[in-house]
Design a protein around this ligand. Structure first.
Ligand SMILES: O=C(O)C1=C[C@@H](OP(=O)(O)O)[C@@H](O)[C@H](O)C1
Ligand SMILES: C=C(OP(=O)(O)O)C(=O)O
Length: 429
């Protein structure tokens, strides 16, 4: 049964411990590299969500064998030992999963396949042109089936040489991630140079770290030029533990900062490779107290004050700050977030629209959002635009004296299917 609306009544206190599910970014990267690797990889703490299901289904169609545990969080993948190889035409539906669409596009362009990549209607509005341009420069055969620069795409895969390539990094880091992960399939040394300012940079660290765990080294010259020497192959690491998702942790950390008590979030820790772990530093700058451990982060609530910060490095978790700002003294400005506009929805516009429904003053700039908290909030029905993060971050409104109604709460299935159940475990009413 689909629940159309969920009303969260006001929470009086927040306390407890939550474990976050596996990272989306790591799950889909590790699945793809395990498929291309020589040997068998067992992935543990894999995320079980729509984005990962799309990757798994595509790998099945491409002839990759794997065994998924009953709870779907452990997966043993038999690597192909190189590129995909599948003669018949395939249509791969990738939902709205950027971490499946972009990396698969590049890996398939360098494989022996004949595929069409499709997705949900929103995927047809999410740009991929900068990645396709870089692949065309490498000699790939890719055609747009509807609008130039956007999926759906047809790919007639073939051996690509590599050599000197360039990619625009100013719209999405996933284009560079996709090129980096497919470069070991190219026949020559590859040097990828970045045009424009590289956005969402910490996601490149996740990519390089995951590639290194699968035995491939990349020379990183100040995030401007990346060299991948030919002859390197992905080698299965036998076991790959997926860290808990740092973006998913942001909602619980923010709840603790706003209303704690204290909240302990397990599954992430001070060594985490995910850039969104730095979200906790923003909460600290707002006044919360954060304790870092190897296997968890503990946050203690305190009176919060607004901040004015560039949050390009934490684009997903920054949405949580836009709602946490309602509980701070003074205004909060989140800057350099233009690419919010090309994600699950136009997030800059959607966040401004939904925050205003609460009676809050919001300025929506071309690449920033400024939130001025109100003395009291209005009960509103929050539209979620099929965007999991809008549903999750607006749950924090229930930490005020006002209830909040979330439309289509099931959209959290993209990365966190049981979000509302886990959120309820730290809420006391
Ligand atoms: O590489 C990744 O795993 C991701 C990169 C980011 O996208 P952009 O690089 O498009 O900002 C982020 O928003 C997305 O949720 C996951
Ligand atoms: C932008 C996101 O997803 P995607 O991986 O589809 O880009 C997100 O999860 O916030």
């Amino acid at each position: 049964m689909t629940v159309e609306q969920l009303t969260l009544t006001p929470v009086t206190s927040i306390d407890g411990e939550v474990n976050v599910p596996g990272s989306k970014s790591l799950s889909n990267r590790a699945l793809l590299l395990a498929a291309l690797a020589e040997g068998t990889t067992t992935l543990t703490n894999l995320l079980d969500s729509d984005d990962i299901r799309h990757m798994l289904k595509a790998l099945t169609q491409l002839g990759v064998s794997y065994e998924l545990s009953e709870c779907k969080t452990e997966c043993t993948v038999q690597g192909l030992g190189g590129a995909f190889n599948h003669a018949e035409h395939l249509e791969l539906f990738l939902g709205n999963a950027g971490t499946a669409m972009r990396p698969l596009c590049a890996a398939l362009a360098a494989s022996s396949v004949n595929v069409t990549l499709t997705g949900e209607p929103r995927m047809e509005e999410r740009p991929i042109g900068d990645l396709v341009d870089a692949l065309l420069e490498a000699g790939a055969d890719i055609k747009y089936l509807k609008n130039e620069g956007y999926p759906p795409l047809h790919i007639a895969g073939k051996t690509l040489q590599g050599g000197k390539l360039s990619v625009d990094g100013s719209v999405s880091s996933q284009f560079l991630t996709a090129l980096l992960m497919s470069a070991p399939l190219f026949s020559e040394d590859t040097v990828i140079s970045i045009k424009g300012e590289l956005v969402s940079k910490p996601y490149i660290d996740i990519t390089l770290d995951t590639m290194a765990k699968f035995g491939v080294q990349v020379e990183n010259d100040n995030y401007q030029h990346f060299t991948i020497r030919a002859g390197q192959k992905y080698i299965a690491p036998s076991r790959f533990l997926v860290e808990g998702d740092a973006s998913s942790a942001s909602y619980f950390l923010a709840a603790g900062a706003i209303k704690g008590g204290s909240v302990k979030v397990t599954g992430i820790g001070k060594q985490s490779i995910q850039g969104d772990i730095r979200f906790a530093d923003v909460l600290e700058a707002m006044g919360a107290r954060v304790e870092w451990f190897d296997d968890c982060v503990v946050i203690h609530g305190a009176p919060l004050k607004g901040v004015d910060m560039d949050m390009n490095h934490i684009p997903d978790a920054a949405m949580t700050i836009a709602v946490a700002a309602l509980f701070a003294e003074g205004e909060t400005c989140i800057r350099n977030i233009y690419n919010w506009r090309v994600k699950e929805t136009d997030r800059l516009n959607a966040m401004a629209t939904e925050l205003r429904k609460l009676g809050v003053e919001v300025e929506e700039g071309h690449d920033f959002i400024r939130v001025t908290p109100a003395t009291s909030l209005k009960h509103a029905e929050i539209d979620t635009y099929n965007d999991h993060r809008i549903a999750m971050c607006f749950s924090l409104v229930s930490l005020s004296d006002t209830p909040v109604t979330i439309n289509d709460p099931g959209c959290t299935a993209k990365t966190f299917p049981d979000y509302f159940t886990r959120f309820a475990t730290i809420c006391h009413r």
